[in-house]
Design a protein around this ligand. Sequence first.
Ligand code: SF4
Length: 149
Amino acid sequence: MKGIERAACRKVDSECFFPISYGAHIPEVIEAKKICGDCPILQACLAYALENGETEGIWGGLVPDERRAILLRQTTPSAAPKSDALELRQVLDGHRQRLDWTWHQVAQALDVSDAVLSKLSGGRRMHPDAMERAWAWAAEQDQTAGAPA
Ligand code: SF4
């Protein structure tokens, strides 16, 4: 972990970071959180623990349950901010309905497979080229839809 030599826990007895129980009132937990609160690499430490799936110990000032809650928020689509993939899907769906097209026809217009296009509904991005093509197609459709008859 970058900056580990500056970690506040290097200068103290590290036992409090691995208590038997992680309750908020457990003296070791309170002590460890206090030490983390003054640590200059708290954010890097927390990021490291989240990225590496550390399931035990207090890292970045958080106990395992608190870290699990962060990971859960990061992986729950409904809690995540709307991605550009979901936004693109919504825009495409608007044009699809206006044109009375199927998703297959939209995929053909964008020159991608149905499977690739369906990624958007899960909030996942397509290849950057396909994303760009899809936004361009949607922009063209906007103009067509807004053009006087
Ligand atoms: S945030 Fe806490 S556990 Fe992490 S390096 Fe700093 S003192 Fe140690």
